[in-house]
Design a binder for this molecule. Sequence first.
Ligand code: ZN
Length: 203
Amino acid sequence: MQKLRCTSCGADLEVENQFIRSVTCAYCGANYMISGSQTLDPKGKTATLADYPSRLNVGARGTIRGRAFHVLGRIRYTYDAGFWEEWQIAWDDEQSPPDWLEEDEGMWTLYRRGRIKAAIPPYEEVRVGTSISINQQNVFITEKRKGQVAGSEGQFSSVFPISGEFGYVTGAGDKGKLSVNYWQDEIELSRGDEIEFNDLVIK
Ligand SMILES: [Zn+2]
């Protein structure tokens, strides 16, 4: 584990492994891109999340269907009808890159970032109630919204926009739930896997 120092408040910032691409200081909310050989590239500040209790916290350990994980980071998103949170989790067996655990009104979904193998239709062209093709798979669109990052803390395997709105859509494909985030200069595809209450054990 590498230790870097927050240039804003001086706190230690942990960077656990080579998958980490951005980090948010838990004390002051300063957000950095990790570039080159572990140097910090400041992006600005997000709100800190200390005032929002949850079942999980950064550093917590648990298992999903028996596979051990620990929590690296947390992002809180808002949209017109409320908020949701995503937890960046690292698997203790290190057999795959960190994944995202989403908590939305007590429901948990495990999201794995997927490779985009063919162009995905632009946000403006996607309509709820129609199907689009993602990686040669028909995906029926069930939700289309704009979201915004409200705050973050910890380490992340992706770089997310700390201000401004982004579009996202979710839908159902042959192999389960799919979600597409339209960041400013990147489209991110994730595959969702709903977690039953008993499959998630927090230690
Ligand atoms: Zn700081």
